[in-house]
Design a protein around this ligand. Structure first.
Ligand code: DQA
Length: 138
């Protein structure tokens, strides 16, 4: 699940976020989880309310990889939606947010995530998928 400005990956500040598109990333995650019989439900929304609705709509999923974009900083209603989500989920950031501007150093989501990966580019999504394979009940 991807928040604002992540639908334009590939052409969005590629020196920071890399050249992979969101479709590339979804395909890579799908390849990681295919052997388990899981399918990826890709979600990208530009607004917090739409992301909250998406969390509600996908409670029946095995787990979630969440890149909230800038909503990490103050996305309190997204936090509450994820607090109620009954499955494991990983927060992922392509860039190392702690090596960037100080306003990116706060995540209201991280304290309730099962884990956080930042700074590894699209590899972070694949590693998060592997973590979910371990964390989700068989
Ligand atoms: C991001 C980092 C955020 O600070 C930024 O607002 C984004 C992308 C990342 O993946 O590195 O939109 O979440």
């Amino acid at each position: 699940m991807n928040g604002p400005n992540l639908g334009i990956l590939g052409r969005r500040e590629p020196e920071i976020y890399g050249t992979d598109t969101l479709a590339d990333i979804v395909a890579a995650v799908a390849a990681e989880v295919a052997a388990r019989g899981w399918e990826v439900v890709p979600v990208q929304r530009e607004s917090e309310g739409a992301l909250v609705e998406a969390v509600h709509a996908h409670w029946d999923t095995a787990g979630a990889i969440v890149n909230p974009g800038a909503l990490m900083i103050a996305g309190w209603s997204l936090r509450d939606a994820l607090a109620a989500y009954p499955r494991p989920w990983m927060e992922v950031h392509l860039s190392n947010v702690w090596a960037r501007e100080s306003f990116r150093h706060q995540s209201v989501l991280a304290p309730i995530a099962n884990g956080v990966i930042a700074g590894l580019g699209s590899l972070g999504y694949r590693l998060a998928a592997r973590a979910l394979l371990e964390l989700a009940p068989a």
